[in-house]
Ligand binder design. Structure first.
Ligand SMILES: Cc1cc2nc3c(=O)[nH]c(=O)nc-3n(C[C@H](O)[C@H](O)[C@H](O)COP(=O)(O)O)c2cc1C
Length: 369
């Protein structure tokens, strides 16, 4: 190859890459618009005055706005005149990170809580019941109630997990008390850590858990199934963890997946999480008194109320569950916190920050059976 062909070759490559990038920009521009539109529709505030089936569908939509592990949305809804039954969708389980379906049932609890909180917007009362000997379903009994727009109900479409750096400012004591009061639930205790040394000690265990997970090929493979890198992937799947929501670049899916393997190492992720922990005003740890489905659901309900209350107060939050997901680290955390036989369920950091882009949800037609 002479110098001229080498230059042409290089120029040709640049031209192809450049025109490919322009094509991606145009294509992602179109899908960015449909992503924006979808996010807006998913998070429309409920219109007051709806009745009958319209009201029930809106309540189900609000249920789906709950936090849920890996955004798998492992739920289905069965509608009857006076009940909504929330069923686990085990085809969407994540057995590597969540082998006993703890997170799956906590997510169902969070969805049930959104219906409890949202029902008064529609002049309804929703009372959940879980049969410990049943198949995992939660049945919500609906009855007429007072029309009420509580701040927590109005926060349902605004709540998000905000995976950015926070500003580290302390939270006023009255707000911490309001967050703790909102989380109060039978069978679940809440530990709020705001002392830097206490936060850092749990932070060290989060890093231990993360190091083990990032070294586990099965964990990474399962996680990658739920990662979405482009607007088009986010919109077409309507589930999973879209890079944009965590402040990561939006890329064509195949490139995102390749880059993820190179960029997301235990060291880089640990550095990121240490910075996030250092920027947070505190950690909330949800601890159930018994280790069974009923209590995992209760922990999910307690988290969801906590999250709605923090949203009302203009406080952001995000999960850092690595230390409760790896069994031997969870054991160390339980010992460190003096929990005896009680299970630490969920770890959430909180503090002040701006909103991040919101996550997708599947349409009602996909979740109503
Ligand atoms: C039980 C449970 C466990 C979760 N674990 C984590 C976690 O370890 N790390 C994380 O970043 N998000 C975690 N999440 C948050 C979900 O990824 C998040 O709720 C989902 O992507 C939807 O986004 P949204 O909450 O902003 O609507 C968890 C959520 C639940 C309910």
């Amino acid at each position: 190859m002479n110098r001229r062909t080498a230059l042409l070759g290089a120029g040709g490559t640049v031209a192809i890459v450049a025109s490919g990038a322009a094509g991606f920009a145009l294509w992602s521009g179109a899908s960015k618009d449909s992503w924006k539109e979808a996010i807006k529709t998913i998070r429309d505030p409920i219109e007051p005055g709806l009745t009958g089936q319209d009201a029930i569908h809106e309540l189900v939509r609000y249920a789906t706005l709950a936090a849920n592990s890996h955004n798998t949305q492992a739920w289905r809804f069965e509608l009857a005149p006076a009940t909504i039954t929330l069923l686990p969708d085990l085809t969407r389980a994540t057995p590597t990170v969540d082998p006993d379906d703890h997170h799956l049932f906590a997510s169902l609890g969070a969805a049930a809580e959104n219906m409890v909180q949202g029902a008064p917007l529609l002049g309804l009362s929703a009372v959940p019941r879980f049969d410990a000997d049943g198949d995992g379903r939660i049945v919500l009994a609906l009855s007429p109630g007072a029309v009420m727009a509580t701040p927590m109900a109005e926060a349902i479409p605004k709540r998000q997990c905000t995976r950015s750096l926070y500003d580290g400012q302390p939270i006023p004591a009255a707000n911490l008390e309001a967050m703790a009061a909102a989380a109060r639930n039978d069978g679940v205790d809440l530990l709020l850590l705001t002392e830097r040394s206490a936060i850092d000690a749990v932070g060290a265990l989060i890093i231990q858990g993360n190091t083990i997970q990032m070294g586990d090929r099965a964990y990474i493979d399962e996680l990658k199934q739920w990662l979405r890198f482009s607007y088009a992937e986010a919109v077409s799947s309507a589930d999973g963890l879209f890079s944009h929501t965590s402040g990561n670049p939006v890329l064509p899916g195949p490139i995102g997946r390749l880059l993820f393997d190179v960029v997301a190492t235990a060291a880089s992720e640990n550095t990121k999480y240490l910075a996030q922990i250092a920027s947070s005003s505190g950690l909330a740890i949800f601890v159930s008194t018994q280790n069974d489905r009923a209590h995992w659901i209760a922990a999910g309900r307690a988290y969801q109320r906590f999250a709605l209350q923090t949203t009302v107060l203009g406080i952001k939050h995000a999960f850092l569950n690595q230390a409760v997901e790896v069994p031997k680290v969870r054991q160390r955390l339980a010992e460190h916190l003096g929990l005896g036989q009680r299970r630490p369920d969920l770890i959430v950091r909180f503090g002040y920050a701006e909103d991040m882009p919101s996550s997708m949800r599947r349409p009602l037609a996909d979740v109503i059976v």
